[in-house]
Design a protein around this ligand. Structure first.
Ligand code: CDP
Ligand code: CDP
Length: 287
């Protein structure tokens, strides 16, 4: 098999795409590409230049920014500690975060991993992602990454992180077997021939509670959270963004006909990851 095995994961905001995609990639020894990070980087670059994304007169300028931006992702996969290799992984939060791969995002060589997750970027990202030429620019960038694996940096990049052994990553790089990509239009537009397509959904209140928890855990200090601490407000923001993503003209958010739908409202992360890994292994055996 010359083509890497492709897993496409789509779904509305905070349905669990990136958490699930990273863990699926880790379990299968695949690469991971977060396409939302591309739209977030372009939005961050636009706002940094003082350009208003909600004014459609600026679309041309924003498309230029999209074309010129050099965006790189660096995912560091975690190795399970020896005690968990043969036993059942614990579902406690601490163990989970210990095992969760981390993705750093670079915009024109600058680490913007936290800058792109702020409330102001989330507020404007769907307007930026609705611009046809921006989507075209991102499509070209992510398709290139998928084809070459070039976004994964060498093992020395995580020297200071004792939780992450790199032997697994090195092995993955020498034998790139596959790729997990998440976003809104992966199964429909970016990887229409993906070997496995998954559409994650969850109740919007559940998604808001999870996103709020995530914001609290990741915030460097409480000032970053101002205006985002209310679950109602987070839920409204997610729903507004989903509506924009579903109704835009170019590559709207929708489930591909051949996608498997998973409702994560009542699933644990381990359960949803397991379901996808089992299905991927089953389909790989058939190839
Ligand atoms: O993690 P969260 O669901 O909040 O968002 P994300 O995956 O980082 O994506 C941010 C935004 O980028 C989405 O709301 C979409 O507007 C856009 N996006 C898109 O249009 N197409 C993709 N393939 C990925 C993201
Ligand atoms: O990428 P996307 O915006 O779809 O979602 P995410 O950022 O991966 O997930 C949002 C939050 O939901 C994360 O903090 C996950 O740990 C949490 N979560 C989940 O994804 N699935 C569950 N079954 C339970 C919690």
């Amino acid at each position: 098999r010359t083509k890497p095995f492709q897993v496409a994961i789509d779904g509305p905001a905070a349905s669990g795409k990136s958490t699930t995609a990273k863990l699926v990639a880790q379990r299968l020894g695949f690469d991971y590409i977060d396409t939302g990070a591309f739209y977030r980087c372009i939005t961050f670059a636009t706002l940094s230049k003082g350009i208003d994304p909600s004014d459609s007169n600026n679309n041309h300028q924003i498309s230029d920014i999209a074309e010129r931006s050099v965006i790189q992702l660096q995912t560091v996969f975690a190795e399970p500690p020896p005690a968990f290799n043969n036993g059942q992984p614990s579902s406690s939060l601490s163990t989970r975060s210990f095992l969760l791969p981390t993705t750093r995002v670079f915009l024109n060589s600058k680490d913007v991993s936290s800058d792109i997750r702020t409330g102001i970027v989330s507020k404007h990202v769907s307007a930026v992602a609705a611009i046809g030429n921006v989507r075209e620019a991102v499509l070209q960038k992510v398709r290139n990454l998928g084809a070459t694996d070039a976004h994964v940096k060498g093992p020395n990049d995580s020297k200071n992180d004792n939780n992450n052994s790199n032997s697994g990553l090195a092995a993955k790089l020498s034998t790139p077997k596959g790729l997990v990509m998440d976003g809104r239009d992966i199964g429909t537009v970016v990887l229409p021939h993906a070997d496995l397509k998954v559409f994650l959904v969850a109740d919007s209140r559940v998604r808001a509670e999870r996103r709020l928890q995530e914001l609290i855990m990741n915030a460097a200090d409480s000032t970053e959270l101002q205006g985002q601490l209310d679950v109602e407000a987070v839920q409204k923001d997610l729903e507004r963004r989903d509506e924009l993503d579903r109704t835009r003209k170019v590559s709207p958010l929708r489930k591909a006909e051949d996608a498997m739908e998973l409702d994560t409202s009542n699933l644990t992360i381990e359960e949803q990851v397991d379901a996808i890994v089992q299905e991927a292994l089953h389909r790989q055996r058939q190839c």
